[in-house]
Design a protein around this ligand. Sequence first.
Ligand code: GLU
Ligand code: MG
Length: 418
Amino acid sequence: MAAPLTFLATCDLVALVRGRSLETPAANGSTVGWVPADLALSSFGAIWDENPFGSLGDLRLRPVPGASYQMPKKDGAGAMTLLLAQQVLPDGSTWVNDPRAFAMDALEELKSEFGIELTASFEHEFILHGAAYDGSAFGLDALRAVEPFGSELVHLLRENGLEPENWLAEYGVNQFEITLGATDALKAADHAVVLREFVRDLARIHGLRASFTPLANPESVGNGVHVHLSLSKNGKPITYDPASPGNLSVTASKAFNGILKHAAALLPFTAPSQISFLRLQPHRWSSGGAFIAVQDREALLRICPVNTSGASPAEKTFNVEFRAADATANPWIVMGVLARALISGLRDDRGIVHIGATDEPLPRSLTEAIASLHQDPEVMSWFPKELLDTHLGIRSVEAAALENLSDAQKCERYLNVY
Ligand code: GLU
Ligand code: MG
C-alpha cells in the first residue's frame, strides 16, 4: 500500500480548503511554498484578475501546532493527515492577509483590551444526496437511510477531537445537521474548516454526495451555519445573569449590541455568495431581521434556552447564536468579524441591547450588504486593505460569472462546489 500523505491546508476567502501535500515523514515540522494570489480564487476557479498580489511574492504554509486531523479511510486505505496551516511570509512572520491571522488578531484584542475570551461552536446543515430513499424531516428513517454514514461521521469527529453533540435529520429533503461542543473560538473555527472536509469526504467514500451550499435550489430549505457564542473572563463564564433582561449580563448585552450595530456590514463576510441572500429572507428561519430575541429563530441573534434540567450549571451552557452565516464564508473570517463587532460593542458603550423582535431589516441582497459595508468605515478598518479588496474583488468575479443565470441555475453552480 502506498505510504500516506500529509496535506498542509489553508482555507481561502471562498471557504475552500487548498494546499499542498508531502510524504508523511517529510511533513514532520516542514512548511511548504504557497502563492499570495491564491487568496483571490473565486468559488468557480477563476481568479480576480486585479488582485493586489499578481505574479509576485511567495509564502509558506506553516502547520498550526496541534491542528492535525486524520481524514476518513475506506477499508484501511486512503489514509491522509490534514494539517491546518497558517500562511506566513518566507521569514516565518505573519502574513496579515491570512484569514486565520485575521481571527487570531481580533480574538487577541478582545482578550488584551477586555480580558474576555470567546467560546464558540458551529452548527452545520447540509444536503446529502444519493441514499436509497428520502426519509422524513427529523425522522429516524432519514437517519437510517444514510447509515453507516452518520455513525461513522460521529466516530470520526470524536476520534479527531471535534466533540460531536447532535447528529440529526433536518427539516429539508435530504437535509442533515451536525453540531459540535463549545470550545475556544479559534479552535471552533478550525473545527468548522475540518468538519466540512470530513463530511464531504466521508460522503464520497460512501457513494453519497454532501453539499453545504446555502440553498440547493430556490424552493428548498436553506443550509445555515449557526455560530454559538459566549464570553468568559479568567475562565469563568460571564454571559449569563438571571436578573437581567433575556438573562444577558450587562457586559454580554453591550458586546452583542456591537453585532447588531454593524449587522448589515458583517453580512458580506458571513454570507458572501451570490445565493446567500436567497436563504437570508424572512420566514425561512435563517435571519429575518437585525434584532436579538429570546429563542426566536427569525432573529439575527438568538438567545438560546437555558437547560435547567441538565447537569451543567446554566451559566456554563448559556449562549447566543449568530444565524446569518453560511458555508460559503470562511470560518476564520466569520469569527474575526464577530469578535471585532463584540469589541466594538464593548468599546462604544451604546448600553444594553433591546431584546425582542423589531422590524429593523437586514440587507436583502449581497449588493445591498456590500453597499452597507461601504457606509460603515469602522468595519472596513478592521481589515488590511489587500485582504478587504480581495474579498470584495472575488464577489465581482462571481457576480460576472453568474450574471445571466436564473436563481435555480446559480443554486446548481454552488451545489456542485460546496
Ligand atoms: N435551515 C435554517 C437556516 O437556514 C435553520 C433552521 C434551524 O433553526 O435549525 O438557517
Ligand atoms: Mg438546524
